[in-house]
Design a protein around this ligand. Structure first.
Ligand code: ARG
Length: 446
């Protein structure tokens, strides 16, 4: 029996098969559960328009449920000689059900199948990512509130500049994640539109009920134009990658700060011993490898949109096999992002802060602007006060008053964490993850 869906009167050479299938037999395992869900929706729709008999649909449904279980249990495999997940599912149904299995492909192409699988997979992964981002956000806000009165130096040019605080430092990364969540929201909404029914990219002459599959799969709406639906391949991955890269950018910067502030030369934060690693030669070392690895991994994730872009940048509309290669970069990226987010949350919750930083006189100058402002408030023109304080510092006469009086929004004395939380919550809660989960559960039940 021919194992390729498209094999007719010739067989493709082994060399060509190896090259064209590439890594798909492994990578498509990421998509297996979603391929089955897509087939359940498609077959139910085929039955409703009379292209499958009711008994055929019942049998197919049982068969697909069985395949879903093996995919969920991790035992589903793509056999050698079988091209991809789409072919494997059809082959398994055909082995069990004979000609009925061969009917499921009516009005469909692997082009819209893989489009759909990618959207369903990504939709689910994005839910995980958003929830983890929310967890890290809460950890950062918690640390910000807990240490809101602990001052630290702020830097420009890596030169001691002005008073900052742990409230500001932790809170800054929380607010950065709130902006990243906007990208995730856009990515989620873009994923949450149904490409099924676009077939090879130009629709079908069967009277497909696309509204029905959209509803069955819990999508917000469909990608209406079938040509555009196909154009979403590559574009969706690229835009989702931009959202992941935005989160990764926040984490990489946080990790760099943490590495630096943890060094003895700064000594602003400390990691509990069990969160550090040692050296094989230097017995005193407690290294912040966690932050270094976070930084490197997150820097690599930031290359993802560019890597995807270079693959799909110069393609015209319509399907091309080039798009298959994007899966190699895109599918494994989620595990990496999620791992980084979980670890970032773990370590942020355990960071210890130094409450005595400002006892070191090397930071005295950061209160210079406070003193200038005090003199200006008393009536001295700002430029004269600036000059006086500058000369006092030069001549060693400057005695800092280490109190800060920052009251405006977003400053040391008025962090506005509540407002940041409200902003984050409104973005996060606009994504109805449960609707998608409900639809998927319904497809798997009697
Ligand atoms: N493995 C293919 C991919 O990822 C599936 C679609 C195949 N379609 C085709 N026209 N050859 O793109």
């Amino acid at each position: 029996m021919a194992k390729k869906l498209w094999e007719k009167n010739f067989s493709v050479s082994q060399e060509i098969e190896n090259f064209t299938v590439g890594k798909d037999r492994g990578l498509d395992l990421f998509l297996a559960r979603y391929d089955v869900l897509g087939s359940l929706a498609h077959c139910k729709m085929l039955e409703s328009i009379g292209l499958l008999a009711s008994e055929e649909w019942q049998l197919l449904r049982q068969g697909l449920w069985g395949i879903y279980s093996s995919a969920a249990a991790g035992t589903f495999r793509i056999e050698s000689g079988v091209e991809d997940v789409h072919s494997q599912v059809e082959l398994m149904l055909t082995r069990n059900l004979g000609d009925i299995g061969k009917k499921i492909h009516s009005g469909r192409s692997r082009n819209d199948q893989v489009l759909l699988d990618l959207k369903l997979f990504t939709r689910s992964e994005l839910q995980d990512v958003c929830e983890l981002v929310m967890g890290l956000f809460n950890a950062l806000v918690g640390q910000s509130e807990k240490h809101k009165d602990v001052l630290m130096p702020g830097y420009t040019h890596l030169q001691v500049a002005m008073p900052s605080s742990f409230g500001l430092w932790f809170g800054a990364y929380a607010e950065s994640l709130a902006d990243d969540m906007l990208f995730l929201q856009a990515a989620y909404r873009m994923c949450n539109r149904n490409p099924l029914g676009s077939a090879a990219g130009y629709g079908s002459s069967f009277p497909l009920n696309r509204a029905m599959t959209t509803e069955l799969l819990g999508f917000d709406s469909m990608n209406y134009n079938v040509v555009y639906a196909q154009m979403g391949r590559g574009k969706t991955e690229k835009n989702v990658a931009f959202a992941l890269a935005s989160v990764a950018g926040t984490l990489a910067k946080l990790a760099y700060d943490a590495c630096m502030f943890n060094s003895q030369n700064f000594g602003f934060i400390k990691l509990p011993a069990e969160c550090t690693t040692g050296s094989s030669i230097m017995p005193h070392k407690k290294n912040p490898d966690v932050f270094e690895l976070l930084r490197a991994k997150c820097n690599r994730i930031q290359a993802l949109p560019n890597d995807i872009l270079l693959i799909m940048n110069n393609l015209p509309s319509g399907y091309f096999r080039d798009l298959q290669i994007i899966k190699e970069l895109f599918l494994p990226a989620f595990a990496e992002v999620k791992d980084c987010l979980a670890m970032a949350m773990y370590i942020i919750e355990r960071i210890e802060v130094n409450k005595e930083i400002l006892n070191d006189s090397r930071y005295d100058a950061m209160f210079s602007v406070e003193e200038v402002n005090r003199l200006a408030a008393e009536g001295m023109p700002f430029r004269d006060a600036y000059k006086k304080v500058g000369l006092d510092i030069e001549s060693g006469k400057f005695v800092p008053c280490k109190e800060v009086h920052h009251t405006h929004e977003g400053s040391i004395g008025n962090l506005c964490n509540k407002e940041v939380i409200a902003f984050m919550e409104s973005t996060f809660s606009s994504m109805d993850f449960e609707k998608a989960r409900r639809a998927e559960r319904a497809l798997l039940q009697e």
